[in-house]
Design a protein around this ligand. Sequence first.
Ligand code: ATP
Ligand code: MG
Length: 112
Amino acid sequence: VKKIEAIIRPDRVGVVRAAITEAGYSGITITEVRGHGIQKGIAQQYRGVSYTTDILPKAKLEVVVPDGSVKKLVTAIMDAARTGNIGDGKIFVSTVDEVYRVRTGESGDKAL
Ligand SMILES: Nc1ncnc2c1ncn2[C@@H]1O[C@H](COP(=O)(O)OP(=O)(O)OP(=O)(O)O)[C@@H](O)[C@H]1O
Ligand SMILES: [Mg+2]
């Protein structure tokens, strides 16, 4: 079982969620987060003065899926999230040790 953690532009959440649903996955956690990547935020010009906003609002989407679904879902998320500009986001994939559905007590893939 793998967790796909995608940090994307907040205004791409709609299309990315649609792509995830389209790919056949329904469980998702969405969090409003703030952060920066290699550019450390954006350099902006305002009235001739340039300054840096060091953290920007992003959305974090977490989807936990069977191992065999990772490639398909990562591709779907990337294609939907991409604008081609810096700050498009990042995707982290990690291993999840255990999953349980509280209502039924099911575990593993069955609980996803
Ligand atoms: N190494 C990292 N560890 C944790 N979070 C990160 C890391 N890199 C990026 N992030 C998160 O992802 C968000 C988007 O990152 P961003 O797309 O700017 O990455 P980047 O590496 O700077 O690539 P780009 O050059 O396309 O901007 C950041 O605001 C931050 O929340
Ligand atoms: Mg960046």
